[in-house]
Design a protein around this ligand. Sequence first.
Ligand SMILES: *Cc1c(COP(=O)(O)O)cnc(C)c1O
Length: 418
Amino acid sequence: MAPFHHPATLAIHADDKLNDSTDVAPVIHVSTTFRYTNDLAHLNPVADEDAFESADISKQPSHVYSRVTAPTTTRFEQILSKLLKGDVLAYSCGLSAFHAELTFLNPKVVAIGKDERGGYHGCHGVLNLYQRDLFADDAAWDAAGLGSGDVVHMETPLNPTGVAYNISEFANRAHRRGAYLSVDATFGPPPLQDPFAHGADIVMHSGTKYFGGHSDMLCGVLAVNPEQERERKAQGQETWWRGLSVDRIFLGSVMGSLEGWLGVRSLRTLELRVQRQSENATELVSWLDARMKEPGVVADTETAGDEGEVVRKSVGKVMHASLQKNGGDWLKEQMPNGFGPVFSLTMQTREMARRLPSKLHLFHHATSLGGVESLIEWRKMSDKGVDDKLLRISVGVEKVEDLKMDLLDGFKSLLAEL
Ligand SMILES: *Cc1c(COP(=O)(O)O)cnc(C)c1O
């Protein structure tokens, strides 16, 4: 594959060399076990060094058993390694990827956001299994003795608000102590951000969200910093990718073969979907924000005055990276191609937040995010710690004008009930 191909092209062609049939669409392989060769000259017993050389598939042995590798998942990993720009391993879900990361890095201390910087509640749940310490600021890191080999785990953009944090700043603070920076980049998939370009050591995604993109598969992904891997290879050290690969054999948390196939299907359209979703979300946010700010007067439609009043009577606050005042240059550098497709609203009252989803026709009331369908969730349904007026919105690929009208009609029917 020519090195200069763009991500949109790599999403379609990065796995071409793994296509060993004449099918244009990838073949569905479901076998758990694979025949050894009948060619006695090549029937070699297992040797440790042969197990995994690198993510370069041409150097890997053929498939043996699907807890180790499987054809559909290997194709999925091959494409994602190009899109994330670091060697990738796929797991059964996002939390199993995070668990695998902790098992591999084996830190004594893990720093992770608390309270309004809390991020995904499930990652806290994984940490609770280990009873590890949770902190956000430098004083707390000092007190906990966060240092060499420990882990700072950040999430950006952050669940559920969609607000972004500065990866370079966290990378510098972690690296000064010899700690690693792990970034959960689920809310900012390619082409929106590249955490390695800003100092991340390891990047995690819940592939259930944008990589899957159709609300029909669970998947987790870890990618390792490519420059550091080159350095490890140059110094004759074991790569992180290899260490994680061997761990995964024994953790057993691999993706199912059908999920691997669905994942390949999904990655083909990742850029199209994410760009459209990002544009839709940013447009919805700015449309709401304009009506929040301009009392009674918005110039763009005849009914704008009424629209503004409806929005202001319903919504208390809109949260999204596109509205961040503290963003400045780092935010534009970190997210040059658009902001994440998830944002949050706080409604005027808890009751309005509880009722709005049932008034909408184009937003399913459901948890999760990242699919082509727009979702809205009264976040209190799945996250205990969150403001009870908060609605999380995952914007899909529908026409944004239709989404605006659905929200506006929803607000109106809410207000009619008061
Ligand atoms: C969904 C999600 C996870 C967990 O991923 P699963 O695939 O559900 O295990 C972790 N982090 C973030 C930010 C998520 O949105």
